[in-house]
Design a binder for this molecule. Structure first.
Ligand code: ADP
Ligand code: ASP
Ligand code: MG
Length: 443
């Protein structure tokens, strides 16, 4: 059974949901993974934030506002009066639940419960629509099979067993619908797979089912060669290898959640990126296939902090790096980029949650400097760092921009640059001209 995931814009209106129903028709039997209606999760974050700050009145006002937006949605989506009433009851139930938080204590558990409401609502509305269209459909609750461990890592074995057990109870359906993004933690509380996590859900579900293909349907015709929000004239890349796609997703290409390629890659299942608004467009196919030596795309990731660690023994003595890495490991903080010189090592992190503790320990063995508001730009392509000329082009393109770190060769598929975020847009545009101009002129 293939897995088709539809993002927020793809379920963002009644018209779009009807488009989704048309698209899935030719793929049955199919597992349909849905995001929340576009904008909903952001608003839920806002509501949870205000509850958390003790600003109940503001939270309640935001709840009213969001609830009102759903009634016309339901009236447009569903036709019969009874179906519309059912749809409105779904909305009323979930929003009454959101208001309940004004009465009780509020913490991280409640915060996560609030964030889950968007996917719970969108899937129920789509399910009602499919029922009204007399489809052979069932709604499966992701909270019954999607689980992460105490580090937030998916428990693949549990997911696989639980999902198969649920499907065995509802055999022979054409359309299986479930929520992206949401899951439970080891103690059974509601959790999520982080923002944009519905892609990750789809990949995990595809891997658990041994699907032939995982399709991510969104609002653009595939992975573009550069960030289309910043650079004009970008174009879709037809084929990417798993490694290339994983690097692009990890280093900021928003079309894919950073971890979403990994389950599919491990299971050897191709991932196809498609446009709900333009289903005939070819999109991007992510598979084992790769075209060696070609630069495929550039992506950028913001919110990076660099730490320069200068050994106080003047040289990077034997064992020094191990001590440094052990400190980051102890505080479960992944390192993205790393460069070394004779006396210093610079590295970057994207999560400052444990920075204070890390700095305290590092300062025992080294002098430490911290630099914030940085972005990593990654140039990605299969074995590009082995080819001649790339460094010249990159440095040429960025001749007027000061770079904080450069790293290549760690993976043969990636050259990464660290620079102040304020120079990111200019850097992406200049790299586009230098690295893709001849290609984009042909398009
Ligand atoms: P969805 O809600 O369907 O998950 P997202 O907003 O998460 O959609 O991802 C799609 C968006 O990603 C596009 O609208 C586009 O603006 C943005 N994006 C950023 N980088 C890229 C890229 N390299 N290729 C395609 N889209 C990108
Ligand atoms: N609704 C969630 C978000 O907005 C998950 C997703 O859309 O992938 O982050
Ligand atoms: Mg997304």
């Amino acid at each position: 059974m293939n897995v088709l995931k539809f993002g927020g814009t793809s379920v963002g209106s009644a018209t779009r949901m009807r488009d989704v129903a048309r698209i899935v028709e030719s793929h049955s039997p199919v597992m349909i993974v849905l995001s929340a209606v576009s904008g909903t999760t952001n608003k839920l974050v806002d509501i949870a934030y205000h509850y958390n700050e003790g600003k109940k009145e503001k939270a309640l006002a935001l709840i009213d506002e969001l609830e009102q937006s759903y009634f016309p949605f339901v009236e447009d989506l569903l036709q019969t009066e009874s179906a519309q009433q059912e749809g409105k009851n779904i909305i009323a139930t979930h929003f009454a639940h959101l208001r309940d938080y004004a009465r009780n204590g509020f913490g991280i558990k409640q915060y996560r419960e609030i964030l889950a409401q968007g996917e719970l609502i969108s899937t129920q509305l789509f399910y009602r629509y499919m029922v009204e269209q007399n489809k052979n459909v069932v709604l499966i609750n992701a909270l019954d099979f999607m689980r992460v461990d105490e580090d937030g890592e998916p428990e693949m074995h549990f997911i696989q067993e639980a999902l198969h057990a649920i499907l065995a109870q509802v055999p022979g359906k054409q359309f299986y619908i479930t929520q992206g993004f949401i899951c439970r933690n080891p103690v059974g509380e509601i959790e999520n797979l982080k923002r944009g996590g519905s892609d990750y859900s789809a990949s995990l579900i595809g891997a658990a089912l041994g699907s032939e293909e995982i399709q991510i349907w969104t609002d653009i015709d595939g992975m573009h060669n550069n960030d289309p929000r910043i650079v004009q004239g970008t174009y879709p890349v037809r084929n990417l290898s798993f490694d290339e796609a994983a690097e692009l997703a990890y280093f900021g290409a928003k079309i894919l959640h950073p971890s979403s390629v990994n389950p599919a890659r491990k299971a050897g299942i191709p991932v196809r990126l498609k446009n709900t608004m333009q289903p005939e467009a070819e999109g991007t196919l992510i598979s084992e296939q790769s075209e060696r030596g070609t630069i495929k795309a550039i992506a950028a990731k913001d919110g990076i902090t660099a730490i320069r660690i200068v050994s106080n023994r003047m040289l990077l003595a034997f064992g020094f790096l191990r001590n440094v890495f052990e400190i980051f490991e102890r505080y479960k903080t992944p390192i993205d980029m790393i460069t070394t010189s004779e006396v210093a090592v610079s590295l970057t992190i994207d999560n400052e949650g444990q920075l204070e503790n890390i700095l305290k320990e590092l300062s025992v063995i080294a002098d430490v400097e911290v630099d914030r508001d940085l972005s990593i730009i990654s140039v990605v392509g299969d074995h590009i760092s082995e080819g001649p000329g790339l460094a010249g082009k990159i440095f040429g393109a960025l001749r007027s921009i000061s770079m904080r770190m450069v790293s290549g060769g760690g993976s043969p598929n990636n050259v990464s640059l660290l620079l102040p975020t304020k120079h990111k847009n200019e850097a992406l545009r200049q790299l586009n001209v230098e690295l893709f101009q001849s290609v984009s002129q042909q398009c």
